[in-house]
Design a protein around this ligand. Structure first.
Ligand code: ATP
Length: 328
């Protein structure tokens, strides 16, 4: 590899946090160190970039974080960075610090900001997909998704224990924003009788038919997994409508919420984060910019940020079918 033109990179985490972001920061810092590139950690995402709120990071600064949830750099949402004035302030800080490239770890909002910043000021940027939602095009999995999925699965398993003991119907809402990956996979893994996701057109009558069908096969308790972005109705409304139709049902609602964003990252997320953090630095050294590092079919790939933002990963229709067939 020829000598890198990138001399000093900044790394930040932005938008919603996800387990594995720390492992990605560690990989960026240590890969940069290995190739003799200076590395600055920028605190609190773009808000910190505008303030020059950063610290120099070396290999020892990122010790014992590969196994920690959250992000040591903290994350923030900054409205000011959406304005040209805010981004100019950020650029001035980059100039002051001598930062010529950024690795931004986050979701599509983070990437939109990075793309605009790169195009306005010529600062090189590489995105690393860090979000539990798995809703980023250009990578098979995003950092944090596997951990969140396992957290949701374990929680639903526990809910199932109590649902079975009391012959109850549970509507469990899981995270995922406008995407149904967590819902579909956690629902399949926990034997939910129905899984409602925004990518598939659901109807209340179909849901009622599922209850009637499964009751006939002898089920006395049921789990319905609902994605937070489900379009048919809110989880509470679905539960209420079901109660009106089947007054004899003992129905409960459980919204899993932010527990899905925390916890120690799974092995798969640590490995993914390490590969993508490493890949981001390698990409910058090779002169790549305005792209996102991802893993597709087990290969490191770079996708234009524009595509990563605009395109979307399809839900596997076969998984939907399997979940339906197995829920008899
Ligand atoms: P998640 O999907 O987990 O919520 P995200 O990266 O999509 O993560 P956002 O809050 O949408 O989270 O975006 C993070 C930050 O990126 C915003 O607070 C803002 O500073 C910046 N950003 C988002 N959209 C734009 C934009 N259009 N122009 C400039 N900056 C933006």
């Amino acid at each position: 590899m020829t000598e890198s033109q990138v001399k000093k990179i900044g790394v930040l985490t932005s938008g919603g946090d996800s387990p594995g972001m720390n492992a990605a920061i560690r990989a960026v810092v240590r890969t940069a160190h290995y190739y003799q590139i200076e590395c600055f950690g920028i605190r609190e995402g773009y808000a910190g970039l505008m303030e020059g709120n950063c610290l120099k990071l070396g290999p020892r600064s990122v010790k014992h974080i590969i196994n920690q949830g959250g992000t040591i750099l903290k994350s923030a949402r900054s409205l000011e960075f959406k304005t040209p004035e805010g981004r100019k302030r950020a650029y001035e800080q980059c100039q002051k610090l001598g930062i010529d490239a950024l690795v931004v770890i986050g979701g599509d909002g983070t990437f939109t900001g990075a793309k605009i910043f790169c195009e306005e000021f010529g600062i090189k940027v590489i995105g690393v997909p860090g979000t539990i939602d798995n809703d980023i095009f250009g990578t098979d999995f995003t950092i944090g998704y596997d951990t969140a999925l396992n957290t949701a699965m374990q929680a639903i398993d526990k809910i199932r224990d109590t649902a079975t003991s009391h012959n109850r119907v549970f509507f469990v809402e899981v995270m995922g924003r406008d995407a149904g990956f967590i819902a579909l996979n956690s629902g399949l893994a926990t034997g939910a009788i129905d899984i409602l996701i925004p990518e598939k057109k659901d109807s209340i009558d179909e849901l009622f038919e599922t209850f009637i069908r499964t009751e006939k096969t002898g089920k006395s308790s049921s789990i319905i997994v609902v994605a937070e972005g489900e379009k048919l109705a809110s989880t509470y409304e679905l539960a209420q409508k079901t109660k009106e139709k089947f007054p004899e049902f003992d129905i409960r609602v459980s919204i899993l919420g932010h527990m899905q964003r925390g916890g120690a990252p799974s092995c798969a997320d640590r490995v993914l984060a390490s590969r993508l953090g490493y890949g981001a630095v390698i990409g910058l050294m090779e002169g790549k910019t305005n792209v996102m590092a991802g893993i597709q079919s087990n290969q490191l790939v770079f996708t234009p940020i524009e595509d990563a933002i605009k395109k979307s990963n399809e839900i596997d229709s076969e998984l939907v079918k399997i979940a339906e067939i197995l829920a008899i």
